[in-house]
Write a protein that binds this ligand. Structure first.
Ligand code: ZN
Length: 253
């Protein structure tokens, strides 16, 4: 088995692989990226009995707003709001997220240790250099995690798929998930990042489009994605190879 087959129970519902593995593992360059991009999907997956984790790659210590300690506390609060099963910070160094051998080993070990089946990361076309680095780093680790001769502490494991989430810029979405029922949970998880969005303290000459109502803009972004699939709110994702459907009629819309 190549790991791409979803484990199904007798009713045909997809089911978690085990008590300790993760169904979804979201890699975020900075604390808050995971919630902004796919807080709705994470809340929905948890409500459906999936095990969900977030691995923040950095502590966001270079951020203009807030400091690493504030952001750690905010991430903790967002983790409680969402009910995440796992949240880790890999401490790669803000501004230094690169697809290096050293970083690959850290990310591969994280995938293996959690037996994480569906991986998510930001897309390579994001503007922030850490996001570009993260996309390539996780893509490399996704491949290497399955190779038995690539040694880390935990044994080799084959994740099923890697998907790219959208934060500011959506291009060629492979699929979109209706998160209308979970938009309140997403809103609360995003609002946990007070230093970033709710009460940001900015230098006088700081330029950032829409920072004053950033959370409203994220919701508008989810509304626009929802419009494409006939939902009030949706989160979209890109993939680097096609999704497999038994028949085209398996699509919800
Ligand atoms: Zn970021």
């Amino acid at each position: 088995m190549d790991g791409s087959v979803i484990n199904r129970n007798e009713t045909g519902q997809s089911k978690s692989m085990s008590e300790t593995s993760l169904d979804l593992l979201v890699f975020a360059p900075h604390p808050d990226d995971a919630e902004l991009a796919m807080g709705g999907v994470m809340a929905k997956a948890i409500a459906r009995g999936k095990r969900v984790g977030v691995a923040d790659l950095t502590r966001g210590e270079l951020g203009t707003k807030g400091d690493a300690e504030q952001r750690r506390r905010e991430a903790e609060e967002a983790t409680r709001v969402l009910g995440l099963h796992v949240r880790e910070n890999l401490g790669l160094g803000d501004g230094a997220v690169r697809d290096s051998d050293e970083n690959r080993r850290v990310v591969v070990e994280t995938i293996r240790r959690h037996k994480a089946r569906y991986l998510f990361v930001c897309p390579p076309f994001d503007r922030h250099p850490d996001h570009q680095g993260a996309a390539q780093l996780v893509k490399s680790a996704f491949f290497l995690a399955r190779l038995p001769k690539y040694k880390t502490e935990s044994p080799a494991f084959s994740p099923a798929r890697l998907f790219y989430y959208f934060i500011h810029d959506a291009r060629e979405a492979a699929f979109a998930v209706d998160v209308s029922e979970f938009i309140e949970t997403k809103r609360a998880a995003m609002a946990a990042y007070r230093s970033q969005f709710v009460n940001p303290k900015l230098p006088p000459d700081y330029q950032h489009i829409g920072v004053s109502d950033y959370l409203t803009q994220v919701e508008a972004f989810n509304r626009a994605m929802g419009m494409q699939i006939g939902a009030a709110f949706a989160e979209g994702f890109a993939a680097d190879r096609p999704l497999s459907l038994d028949l085209p009629t398996d699509c919800l819309s």
